[in-house]
Design a protein around this ligand. Structure first.
Ligand SMILES: Nc1ncnc2c1ncn2[C@@H]1O[C@H](COP(=O)(O)OP(=O)(O)O)[C@@H](O)[C@H]1O
Ligand SMILES: [Mg+2]
Length: 373
């Protein structure tokens, strides 16, 4: 596999005068593949921008190394690195036309005249804005300006494009449209994108792989499906989408299936992650609300005879209608409260549940695993 970018044990400490340093990036190692759309995702302050700035060369790592296409970057200044950066504030030159803005970078490289103009028009074509070449930034919408900023970065044909929350200033509808366009543009040009965002939905929509960061560390790297279906920590499970955390005690496990006691008379089966740290003891079962089914108690469950289905009896505590689905809060054994989301569809018979009524919740073994805390 060809790696475009490798970070090996990268640490960044910011120290200011006599104050103790801030560890912005804490021992981060990443391998980003050629042509990949890679997202750095995490809450504000977790070290995303600092990581990106070190790749770009605007900051030096305190420890560790960064390689681009197998070449160590330690002594390579930003303008000699095969990367280009797009920031949240588009930073276009206000006194120049769009075309001049895009050609500016090429001029720095010694390319001008018709050849530069042609490259600039190709870049505008790529961001689907060929008609604005002679406008000034102030004569365009935010979305258009951001596309021009992209064109300006793409025109230099970098091996890697670094994007720092590039859609953050746009309204929701435009952001969604740009997400889609950016993704198809990236597939079209085939260059590696490293995309920083704090918006989990944005990362899920666009990225081939996501690195979830918290407090300077990378907690998990994986495809959107891995991250959503097999979060390896409470933080990741909680940060991406909605999750129930059911607590219990792992009693034993065999053939990749763990047996977790929730209460005196209730043991449920869960998938065991490979290399799980515990063979018994207190664990948490994370389970997504939409992976749980709900029926009135006493109904013949359609799954009674199926293996790999857990069925528990509980009490309905609350229900909230939210349009696309209804969220039910159910108390289940072991003093656990879980949220169940049932989609509101017309093609199935709907059940009217009453608060306080006895219900059955059920889920498939496939939807479960365990965390060690
Ligand atoms: N130049 C700097 N000097 C001191 N601290 C900084 C500097 N840049 C960032 N930090 C700190 O490093 C941490 C990570 O910041 P940053 O990488 O900007 O996070 P993010 O982009 O994920 O919001 C924060 O605590 C921030 O305050
Ligand atoms: Mg940032």
């Amino acid at each position: 596999m060809a790696y475009d970018i490798r970070l090996k044990n990268v640490v960044k400490v910011f120290s200011s005068g006599k104050h103790k340093g801030v560890v912005a990036v804490d021992n981060v190692s990443l391998d980003i593949e050629d042509g990949e759309f890679f997202a750095l995702l995490g809450p504000s302050g977790c070290g995303k921008t600092t990581t990106l700035r070190m790749i770009a060369g605007f900051e030096q790592p305190t420890e560790g190394s960064i390689l681009i296409r197998d070449e160590p970057m330690e002594h390579v200044p930003p303008f000699h690195r095969p990367v280009n950066t797009v920031f949240q504030d588009y930073a276009l030159f206000p006194h120049m036309t769009v075309l001049q803005n895009i050609m500016f970078g090429l001029k720095m490289e010694g390319l001008s005249g018709d050849a530069a103009k042609q490259r600039a028009y190709e870049a505008l074509e790529l961001v689907r804005l060929p008609e604005v070449a002679n406008r000034r930034p102030s004569q365009m919408s935010g979305g258009q300006q951001q596309r021009v900023a992209l064109a300006r970065a793409l025109v230099k044909r970098p091996a890697v494009l670094l994007l720092d929350e590039p859609l953050g200033a746009l309204d929701l509808k435009l952001r969604k449209q740009m997400q889609y366009e950016l993704k198809s543009m990236q597939q079209q040009v085939g260059i590696t994108f490293i995309y920083v965002t704090h918006d989990q939905e944005e990362a899920m929509t666009m990225a081939d792989r996501i690195a979830v960061m918290s407090e300077g560390r990378v907690l998990q790297v994986g495809s959107p499906r891995d991250i959503y279906e097999q979060p390896q920590s409470r933080f990741v499970a909680d940060f991406i989408g909605e999750t129930n955390f059911i607590s219990g005690t792992l009693e034993s496990h065999d053939n990749g299936v763990g047996h977790v006691r929730l209460a005196q008379d209730t043991v449920v089966d869960v998938q065991m992650p490979k290399n799980f740290s515990l063979s018994s003891g207190a664990v948490t079962i994370p389970i997504r609300p939409e992976r749980i089914g709900l029926l009135p108690n006493g109904n013949d469950s359609p799954f009674h005879n199926m293996e790999d289905i857990t069925i528990l009896t509980g009490h309905l505590l609350d229900s909230q209608y939210i349009g696309t689905d209804t969220r039910y809060t159910v108390k289940i054994p072991g003093d656990n409260e879980i949220v169940v989301r049932i989609q509101n569809v017309d093609y199935l018979e709907t059940v009217d549940f009453e608060i306080g009524q006895e219900v059955q919740v059920f889920w498939s073994l496939k939807s479960t695993h365990v965390l060690d805390h």
